[in-house]
Ligand binder design. Structure first.
Ligand code: 26W
Length: 880
């Protein structure tokens, strides 16, 4: 085939492959029949996994000191905790690298079908502790650094979170990577190496959220391997000219070319040798700087192209659930991010596949690509482009490959979160992809399938089209992801039902029910129990008489705890651990905010991104209601009340005005009530700034009750609810997302439910809009609270009017409809907490019966592997 494409275009490695040799005397020679001939003694060494490093305390100490002196170039005489963290990390990394190399080598040799998880977000948190746990070297490192005069806790605390994500979707991707490696599945992640992760949240004296950059790469990042030789060119703009030879091919040329450079992050499995890869792309200018401008003395212009190229991966977009607040430039850059990442990832995947020497028609037999929400949907037209324009396949052959390779997970049904891109913007940035999208519309919808199945149904065609009419026209990414994928799934039973009956209903009727499934989300018990709550983990091992290596990989074993609920000593130990976790949190609040927390109270926690649908506002209005009730009581009456400490944490998107007002209200309510001598023994409130994975690891084990109170039908799954349960925290929630399935497992008597159900929501909204009842009538208790805020009980009431008006007018998230039952549910929580012994039993049952097996990401990832990707575990020889 003659190439009609600029030789520098996408998909071609920029540097030619190098000539490589095998280290003589260490590895087998492979003869023509594929038989291996090993150098003497080496086969045993490699295959038993003994090539990994010596890991006794002495050799660890040696490796630590060695890294201090060589890699860090520092004196062992004046090392601080940060230096000690870096040395420990580098030494642990050596272990990961040996396993990583072995894993990749064996994947290449065994050539199993692989899955690739494309996610714009990976919210990894810290790595050192997790790597130590997964390698089984925690005790050795603890002893080693202690012998050198350091404490492992202080060292671990020096690590900055890798916060390359907003919330649930990004953390889910991180849990899935942990589980893939732990289940020995050949899965790689692909994402972007943002220079700045999610912004740091500061709170001003007035209670306003301020945003500061998160320069997480400020210090050397020991967990990544720059692969400066793994690079691809990615094109933007230019022009696409269709060939008129009837082949359907086009030439895309001109425009801007940017270089994608790979950075690899090692993902170790728990108790296995499998160490998978997360490949993150960094953008940089292909040509360095513009020499002509430089020579003419115009230095700014000379570096302009380099700046515009590196801008693509410079920052994670802090908007979850909507991009509507972005201006034109912001939108264009986000679109460029998405294409840059999908193009580089696909080129890399195809290069690896082609090295196997198989025809492209076999791609779906060896490659499954998972689209984490619609963000990587451009991969669909991109693969079409490569197959048609570069590989000379026919449209039909290409479409068959594409629709058997991709899988799409939807993470939200909120209309504002469904991605749409303006057609003129796509045409400008990706002219060839816009042509392909139009071709899909014409070939699939209008003339072929849909028209045939539903002749003359114009409305249906318009509803299903990839293009939404309007000014401007928009591309509907969820439709493209759906039509281009082998299977589609939601993330909890209720949510998957909603996907099938609302946003993708027409597609279910068109393509059949079996394409649309459910995989309920899960969490990794390694991080969310063993690491964040080591004492509870130890108690569980002791009680079950099982090493944690067994139950951490089979959480159904936790059911064995049930019979101990009647054991008094066990209950006492269980309660004592919860108490110590509360003290750990209180210590954190004292050292970071200088505030003293009452650890004898019930700890009530709501931690998640700030959003109207998650209804932090309902929670804070409930707190005010409680405060007003306490104020009306006599001191004697108050004495009978349960003490409660309420914690909030979460970030608001920088342009999300209403969500920021909620933060402001929380902070100012805290200021008043924490200082009120009449009530402060019974009710206090804290907003902990800068929520992160690491902060969650402290908050979750300390919680007695946590709140998951979204308007029914809006929270796709929620995954922190699972984390709280695993740590013996009870749930107060609406009948929404994963709350429902958790209650099915733990029993409704262990979950506090309230509020309207999903089917009622639409009617209530309709009523609010067309037959509004004044809030004083609809919910007097809430009206009273709103009036107190307006009247200035917590400072200038006028400031909060826009927030309060969202409830008084329209009340889209139904606070006034759910407020009374919310207050009742809180009272039930109080009643239950009064019988402390029974509460502890509930807590134990929640951990045990949450049949937490179901909510382990191991279960979830195995479902994807079996029912979606069709990949198998590929054990690495020498696995522990
Ligand atoms: C700005 C565009 C945009 C739109 C949606 C960015 C990010 C999103 C995500 C889909 C938002 C998200 O994180 N969804 C969450 O996904 C979790 C994992 O499945 C669920 O547990 C949460 O319920 C869901 O809100």
């Amino acid at each position: 085939m003659t190439s009609i494409i600029d030789p520098n275009t996408i998909g071609k490695p920029v540097r030619p492959r190098r000539h490589v040799r095998t280290l003589t005397g260490y590895l087998p020679e492979v003869d023509a029949s594929g038989k291996e001939k090993w150098p003497k003694g080496e086969e045993k060494v490699w295959k038993s996994g003994m090539r990994s490093l010596d890991n006794n305390v002495n050799s660890i100490t040696k490796s630590f000191v060695n890294h201090v002196q060589t890699s860090l170039a520092r004196q062992p005489y004046n090392l601080d905790d940060l230096g000690a963290y870096q040395a420990a990390a580098l030494s642990v990394r050596d272990n990961l690298l040996v396993n990583w190399n072995e894993t990749q080598l064996q994947y290449t040799r065994k050539a199993p079908k692989r899955a690739y998880y494309l996610s714009l977000e990976f919210l990894m948190g810290r790595t050192l502790d997790n790597a130590l746990l997964n390698l089984g070297l925690k005790d050795e490192y603890k002893t080693s650094v202690k012998s050198l005069g350091f404490s492992i806790e202080d060292i671990l605390d020096k690590e900055r979170d890798a916060a390359l994500g907003n919330g649930g979707l990004g953390r889910l991707a991180a849990c899935y990577l942990d589980s893939s490696a732990s289940q020995e599945l050949p899965v790689w992640g692909y994402g972007l190496r943002y220079k700045y992760g999610i912004f740091q949240q500061l709170i001003s004296p007035e209670g306003n959220q301020l945003e500061a950059p998160d320069p997480w790469l400020e210090h050397q990042n020991p967990w990544e391997l720059p692969r400066l030789d793994v690079t691809y060119g990615v094109r933007f703009y230019g022009h696409a000219d269709r060939l008129d030879d009837g082949s359907g091919r086009a030439i895309w040329a001109g425009g801007q070319e940017v270089l994608a450079v790979a950075y690899d992050v090692m993902i170790p499995g728990y108790g296995t040798k499998t160490t998978n890869n997360l490949r993150l792309w960094e953008s940089k200018s292909k040509r360095g700087f513009d020499l002509n401008s430089f020579n003419a003395g115009n230095y700014e212009k000379a570096v302009e192209s380099s700046n515009s190229a590196s801008a693509i991966t410079s920052v994670l977009y802090p908007n979850d659930h909507t991009l509507v607040t972005l201006n034109m430039f912001g939108k264009e850059l986000r679109l460029k991010q998405q294409y840059f990442w999908t193009a580089a990832s696909l080129a890399d995947i195809l290069r690896r596949f082609k090295n196997m020497g198989k025809p492209l028609t076999e791609l779906p037999d060896f490659v499954a690509i998972q689209l984490n929400d619609t963000h990587p949907t451009l991969a669909i037209p991109e693969l079409m482009r490569i197959l048609i324009d570069e590989e000379d396949l026919t449209w039909n052959a290409a479409w068959k490959i594409v629709t058997n390779t991709f899988f799409y997970t939807n993470h939200t049904v909120l209309p504002e979160a469904l991605e749409k891109w303006a057609v003129p913007l796509v045409e400008h940035v990706l002219p060839r992809h816009m042509q392909i999208i139009y071709d899909i519309v014409i070939l699939i919808y209008l003339f072929l399938a849909v028209e045939k199945k539903f002749p003359g149904d114009r409305d249906r065609l318009a509803r299903m089209s990839l293009i939404e009419e309007g000014q401007p026209k928009q591309v509907r990414m969820a439709h493209l992801a759906c039509i281009g994928s082998r299977k589609v799934n939601g993330v909890a039973e209720l949510h998957s039902d909603l996907v099938r009956t609302t946003i993708l209903k027409d597609f279910v009727e068109f393509e059949g029910f079996s394409k649309f499934g459910n995989v309920t989300n899960g969490i990794t018990p390694r991080r969310w129990l063993d690491q964040c709550n080591p004492e509870l983990s130890a108690l569980i091992s002791k009680t079950l008489k099982l090493q944690k290596g067994i139950w951490l990989k089979d959480l159904y074993k936790l059911e064995g705890l049930l019979k101990f609920t009647e054991n008094k000593t066990f209950r006492r130990e269980w309660a004592a651990i919860k108490q110590r976790n509360k003290e750990r949190l209180a210590h954190h609040v004292l050292t970071t905010l200088g505030l003293t927390v009452n650890t004898n109270a019930m700890f009530d926690v709501q931690i998640k991104r700030l959003h109207e649908y998650k209804r932090q506002t309902l929670n804070i209005l409930g707190v005010i209601h409680r405060y007003l009730t306490l104020k009306k009581m006599t001191p004697a009456e108050r004495k009978k009340v349960n003490s409660r400490v309420v914690f909030f944490a979460g970030k608001a998107a920088p342009a999300y005005y209403i969500a920021k007002l909620t933060i402001r209200l929380i902070v100012n309510v805290a200021r008043i009530i924490n200082d009120d001598p009449e009530t402060k023994d019974y009710l206090t409130l804290y907003f902990l700034p800068d929520y992160s994975v690491s902060l969650a690891e402290i908050l979750i084990p300390a919680s007695d009750i946590s709140q998951h109170i979204s308007t029914a039908g809006t929270e796709a799954s929620g995954t922190s609810n699972m984390k709280f349960c695993l740590n013996g925290g009870l749930l107060l929630g609406t009948v929404d997302g994963a709350n429902i399935e958790i209650a099915e497992e733990v029993g409704e008597s262990n979950v506090f439910f309230f509020g309207h159900l999903t089917p009622a929501v639409e009617d209530l909204r309709y009523q609010h809009l067309y037959h509004p009842i004044p809030i004083e009538e609809n919910c007097p208790a809430l009206a009273h609270v709103l009036n107190q805020v307006s009247a200035g009980l917590f400072g200038d009431g006028g400031v909060y009017e826009p927030l309060l008006n969202t409830i008084r007018q329209g009340d889209y998230y139904l606070l006034s409809d759910d407020f009374d039952s919310y207050i009742e549910a809180l009272a039930m929580v109080d009643d239950a907490y009064r019988d402390r012994d029974e509460w502890i039993k509930k807590s134990i049952r929640t951990t045990a019966k949450a049949c937490m097996g179901k909510f382990s990401s191991d279960r979830a990832i195995n479902e994807y592997a079996e029912s979606y990707w069709n990949i198998e575990a590929t054990p690495i020889n020498g696995n522990k």
